[in-house]
Design a protein around this ligand. Structure first.
Ligand code: URA
Length: 433
């Protein structure tokens, strides 16, 4: 078999068989296929697409390219949740303790921030002492002892995806439904959960900008889940507006704690509670209405907040942060972003708000950049809100004084003010099973 012929076949719009997909992945991972040939094939896939069978084969081959975590020693059904990435998306920090407080084990492997989107692991590391780097045995033992662990990837999960994602990132081949679906699902399959809830984001802050493409991606991933014997459902949620008011690592942890105290922003509460209820439903402990009640009860009783405190303590963090937010790293500079004309917030280009937070220090410009956990943005106003001249729309937090003007320019581009009121859109847009 020759790589040249595989590229030629896909370039001409033909279907690749399993042997060809296996050859590409194995030989590329063994450094026997150069980047230029792999990039040519990825671009051919990007332009010509892959059918359902090819996408499933690519997913399985990538899932089998490294370790597969075995969670079978943890009693009960393990339900995972994955978000395709957004701005201010801190739902994992809320739903994971809720689900664990309802008696369903949570063995959650999470990622770091990618571009303008944040990552759960970076957020958790803003809690003084919190360790996210665990061995597989430690990770499993934590779930067995307290019912919950959230860690960065342990072991060598789907290394083929890692290598191919890095190449896609620099060859303009990220935004293809088959490639995104196989990338995400290969990691989910390798990380061992029995059932999967997917939160597919849609809008200006998401990888998928249109509702139609988001539904296509959700259907592709749900199909892969079903074809590999894992019950999978997807919820399509709005990312045309940041979720909640906090964007940035410790700011988002504080907002998640407030939500577990039943005191957070309503949009964040609604999406997190719904995803938690869908996870509980998938675990089989009740119908959707019963699961929604269990979620509300876990929060109102304080059990979900206690579970979060237990998680922090068990992974070496200082659980006092829950009652004393001054224990989080504090920034030197805090600057108000002031409204210059009266009207209504018509829209927010959410990726630009993510970028503004990144330049303030909350994200990575390159993969080796160091994160400033105290940096970020607190939004006081969001799409649909009335604003007057002089109102504080947002507060910017940073240790980089020189970044403030660039962040302000990005917010000027991001926040569109109009004279007419604008209806707020629903947040939960579709459910696919
Ligand atoms: N997240 C992933 O893990 N992979 C993609 O391809 C896109 C988003």
């Amino acid at each position: 078999m020759r790589m040249y012929e595989i590229i030629e076949k896909k370039r001409d719009g033909l279907e690749l068989n399993l042997d060809e997909i296996e050859f590409f992945i194995t030989e590329y991972c063994n450094n026997n296929v150069p980047d230029y040939q792999a990039a040519a094939l990825l671009m051919a896939i990007f332009l010509r697409g892959m059918n359902e069978r090819e996408t499933a084969d690519l997913t399985n081959v990538m899932a089998n390219s490294g370790d597969r975590i075995n969670l079978s020693s943890i009693p009960g059904i393990k339900v995972d949740k994955h978000s395709t990435g957004g701005v201010g998306d801190k739902t994992t920090l809320i739903l994971a303790p809720i689900v664990a407080a309802c008696g369903i084990p949570v063995a959650k492997m999470s990622g770091r921030g990618l571009g303008h989107t944040g990552g759960t692991i970076d957020k958790l590391e803003s809690i003084p002492g919190f360790k996210t780097s665990l061995s597989t045995d430690q990770f499993i033992d934590n779930v067995k002892s307290i019912g919950i662990s959230i860690a960065g990837q342990t072991g060598n999960l789907a290394p083929a995806d890692k290598k191919i994602y890095a190449l896609r990132d620099v060859t303009a081949t990220v935004n293809n439904i088959s490639l995104i679906a196989s990338s995400i699902m290969s990691k989910k399959l390798a990380s061992g959960a029995d059932r999967i809830v997917l939160d597919v984001k849609t809008g200006s802050g998401a990888f998928m900008k249109t509702f139609k493409d988001s539904v296509k991606l959700a259907k592709a991933m749900v199909k892969i889940g079903h074809n590999t014997g894992r019950k999978t459902v997807a919820v399509v949620t709005d990312m045309d507006i940041p979720l909640g008011c906090a964007v940035g690592n410790s700011l988002e942890i504080i907002e998640a704690i407030d939500t577990l105290k039943n005191n957070g922003p309503l949009d964040l509460r609604d999406v997190s509670f719904e995803l938690a209820a869908r996870m509980l439903e998938l675990s089989g402990i009740g119908n959707l209405e019963e699961c929604r009640k269990k979620v509300a009860d876990a929060v109102l009783s304080g059990r979900a907040l206690s579970k979060f405190a237990e998680l922090i303590e068990n992974q070496g963090g200082n659980k006092e942060v829950i009652s004393n937010y001054a224990l989080f790293p504090q920034p030197v500079y805090k600057m108000s972003y002031i409204c210059e004309k009266p009207g209504y917030i018509h829209s927010m280009k959410t990726d630009k708000i993510g970028m503004a937070s990144l330049v303030l220090g909350a994200g990575r410009e390159t993969k080796d950049s160091k994160i400033d956990y105290s940096a970020g943005i607190m939004l006081n106003k969001k799409t649909g809100d009335r604003v007057e001249t002089g109102d504080c729309i947002a507060v910017l937090y940073t240790n980089r004084e020189e970044a403030l003007s660039q962040a302000v320019s990005l917010l000027n581009e991001a926040i569109v003010i109009s004279e007419e009121p604008h209806d707020k859109k629903p947040l939960i847009l579709a459910y696919i099973d």
